[in-house]
Design a protein around this ligand. Sequence first.
Ligand SMILES: [Zn+2]
Length: 148
Amino acid sequence: MTDKEFDSTISRVRKIINRWITPCGLRTWQNVDFQYHRNMAEMADSSNQMLSEKERNVAGRAVVDWDYRRATIHLNMDILSRSTDEDVDYIIRHEICHLLVNEMREWSMYEKDVTSCIQHEERVVTDLAMVLGWVRMAGRRDPRPKKK
Ligand SMILES: [Zn+2]
């Protein structure tokens, strides 16, 4: 990816991020940082996480301190540069939803199989991200409540 492609992808992704910051309540958080990485290797180094085989080459990763309402969303620009705006929009919604439910991960400490807990979180986050998209579309079709 050239510098120009990297910069133009960041610009495109930022517009989509800005669409979701306020409706998802992220302005009430102490800090939410978005970091843009050229590829998965750079993202893995920066997010300081061990990657399982399954997690390799993901589009995004949220690192969350839910108790202090701080988070960093790491984004893999290699994938996002080849994704449609619609797909990027879903990926951003998905990662933001990880912030919103991250506290529930605390229950995983009582489970033997932590991987199973993450799978539950992924399913919930996937549904919530889709719901956000559907609500946005519904708001466009019918932006104001009808007066009786
Ligand atoms: Zn996820």
